[in-house]
Ligand binder design. Structure first.
Ligand code: SF4
Ligand code: SF4
Length: 457
C-alpha cells in the first residue's frame, strides 16, 4: 500500500485513503463515459416499450423484462443464457483489457469517484485539506462541513435506493409506495430505508474496501490475467532507478522523479510502481498524474500507461492471445444461441395434460372423446383473444369452460373434450396436436395423445 495519500484516522486498523483530486486526459474520458452510464442507469426504469419497462428484474414476482420483452419463469433458460453472455463478456474483457470494467463501468466506481468523492472535494477540499480537517478538533466550521456532506450523502443514497428498487418492482409500483400511506406498503418502505443505509455505508465508509476485499470479481484477477492482458502498469525499465537528477551531475537515473503523485491520486492507496496489484481498479488516475509530470519535465508520456507484462518486459509480442480467442469463440456461439432463443420464443406457453383418472368416453352418436386440462400463459404485455383447434385430422374440440381472452401476463385454466368419430380411429393411441390460435395465427402448438378403441371394434 502507498503511504503518501493516506493517513491513519482515529479508527483502528483502517488506513483512511485521502485521494488527490484526479485531472487529465484519461479522467476527462472517464467522466464522459461514467456520466453517460449514470444517465442511462437513472433513465432506464422510466423508459417503456409497448407498456413494459426497458429493464426489470422482479425477483419477487419472477418477472424479468429485457429491452421491453417480458420473460416469465418458463423463459428462465433464455434469461440464464443472457446472464451467461454478460459474464463471458466481462471475463473476455478482463483477459484482454484487465480490470477495465472496475474503473470505467462498475456502478461502485462511478458513484464513488464521479459522485460522492466529487461532493467531498467540493465541501472539504482536496486531499490535504480533508486530512487536515479530520485531524482538527471539532469547530463550528468542521461540524457544518461534516453534517452537510453526510446529509447530501444520505440524500443521494436515498435516490440510488429508489432507482435500484425501481429496477426490481418497476417505477409504477415505486410511485405507489411513495404516494400511498406507509402502512399499505410497509415492506417496500422498509426496503427503501435499508437500501439507503447500505448505499450510505458503502459510499461514506466502506469505499475502496468494496473493490479490494469484498468484491469477488476483484479477487479473480490473478486467475484471469496473463502476460498479454493489457493493464495499467509502470514502465520500470524506463523509470528505474528512480530519483531526482541533480543539476549538472552525470547520473544513470531513470525517468521517475519519485514525486509520489501517482500514489497520491490512487483511490485504493497503492503504489503502481510496485507492479501489478489486485487492488488496482484501472481508474487511470495515476496515468494522468504521471503524464502531467513528464510533460513538465519535457520527457515522453506513458511512464505509467496501458501495457501488457510482455510489453513492459520487452518480450516479443505473441501473435494472439489464445485465451481471448477461445472466449471470443464461446461468446459468439452464446450470442447466436441467445438470438435464436429470443427469435423463436413463443408468445404463449401451455401445459396440456389428460384429465386425471379418465381414459375415453364412447357416445351413442358413434363418437369417442377424451378429456384434457390445459394451462396457458400469455407472455406478452397485451390481452390476446384466442381459440383452440386441432392442427390436423377430423377431431373437434369442445371447451367446457370457454374463455375468449388471455389476459396480459396472466394464466388461464381450461378443460376441453377432444371428440372424434370412432370410425376414424385407427390405433388405440393417436398422436394429436392442439393449436392455440390468436388473431388468425397459431401462437403455440401442444402435443398430446388421444386414446380410443380403433373404429369398428
Ligand atoms: S494504481 Fe493507478 S489505475 Fe490503479 S487504482 Fe491506483 S490510480 Fe487507479
Ligand atoms: S508520478 Fe510518475 S514520476 Fe512521479 S512518482 Fe509516479 S511514476 Fe514517478
Amino acid at each position: 500500500m502507498g503511504t503518501a495519500g493516506m493517513a491513519a484516522e482515529s479508527k483502528p486498523k483502517r488506513n483512511w485513503i485521502y485521494a488527490k483530486k484526479p485531472a487529465g486526459r484519461w479522467f476527462n474520458r472517464r467522466q464522459w463515459f461514467g456520466y453517460t452510464l449514470l444517465t442511462f442507469f437513472i433513465a432506464a426504469p422510466f423508459i417503456k416499450i409497448g407498456g413494459e419497462p426497458f429493464l426489470l428484474f422482479n425477483i419477487i414476482a419472477r418477472k424479468f423484462v429485457l429491452f421491453g420483452s417480458v420473460f416469465w419463469p418458463q423463459d428462465l433458460h433464455i434469461f440464464v443464457f443472457g446472464m451467461l453472455i454478460a459474464m463471458v463478456c466481462i471475463v473476455l474483457f478482463t483477459v484482454v483489457y484487465g480490470r477495465v470494467w472496475c474503473g470505467w463501468a462498475c456502478p461502485q466506481t462511478i458513484f464513488m469517484e464521479l459522485v460522492f468523492r466529487r461532493i467531498e472535494y467540493w465541501i472539504e477540499g482536496d486531499w490535504t485539506q480533508q486530512k487536515k480537517l479530520n485531524q482538527e478538533p471539532i469547530t463550528t466550521g468542521k461540524y457544518v462541513k461534516k453534517v452537510a456532506k453526510h446529509m447530501i450523502f444520505l440524500l443521494i443514497s436515498f435516490l440510488i435506493s429508489n432507482i435500484f428498487l425501481s429496477y426490481i418492482i418497476g417505477v409504477d409500483q415505486l410511485w405507489k409506495i411513495m404516494t400511498d400511506p406507509v402502512s399499505q406498503h410497509l415492506g417496500g418502505f422498509v426496503s427503501i430505508i435499508l437500501f439507503t443505509l447500505v448505499f450510505y455505508g458503502v459510499f461514506a465508509y466502506l469505499r475502496e474496501i468494496v473493490c479490494t476485499t469484498i468484491c469477488p470479481y476483484g479477487r479473480l484477477q490473478g486467475v484471469l490475467l496473463d502476460d498479454q492482458s493489457i493493464t495499467i502498469a509502470y514502465d520500470h525499465r524506463r523509470g528505474e532507478p528512480r530519483g531526482h537528477r541533480k543539476k549538472g551531475a552525470e547520473q544513470a537515473i531513470g525517468d521517475c522523479v519519485d514525486c509520489s503523485l501517482c500514489v497520491q491520486v490512487c483511490p485504493t492507496g497503492i503504489d503502481i510502481r510496485n507492479g501489478l496489484q489486485m487492488e488496482c481498479v484501472s481508474c487511470t488516475a495515476c496515468i494522468d498524474a504521471c503524464d502531467a509530470v513528464m510533460e513538465k519535465l519535457d520527457r515522453p508520456k506513458r511512464l505509467i500507461g496501458f501495457f501488457s507484462v510482455n510489453e513492459i518486459e520487452g518480450n516479443a509480442k505473441k501473435p494472439g492471445n489464445t485465451r481471448a480467442i477461445a472466449y471470443t469463440a464461446v461468446l459468439s456461439v452464446l450470442i447466436a444461441v441467445f438470438g435464436w432463443l429470443i427469435f423463436s420464443r413463443s408468445q404463449v406457453d401451455g401445459t396440456l395434460l389428460r384429465a386425471k383418472g379418465s381414459s375415453y368416453q364412447v357416445h351413442e352418436d358413434g363418437t369417442v372423446s377424451n378429456l384434457y386440462s390445459l394451462e396457458l400463459i400469455n407472455k406478452t404485455s397485451t390481452d390476446m383473444p384466442f381459440t383452440l383447434e386441432t392442427v390436423r385430422g377430423s377431431m373437434t374440440i369442445r371447451v367446457v369452460n370457454p374463455s375468449a381472452e388471455l389476459k396480459a401476463g396472466a394464466t388461464a385454466q381450461l378443460t376441453f373434450f377432444l371428440i372424434s368419430p370412432q370410425q376414424s380411429v385407427k390405433t388405440y393411441k393417436t398422436d394429436v396436436k392442439i393449436g392455440v390460435v390468436s388473431n388468425g395465427k397459431v401462437v403455440e402448438t401442444l402435443k398430446t395423445t388421444f386414446v380410443a378403441p380403433p373404429g369398428g371394434q
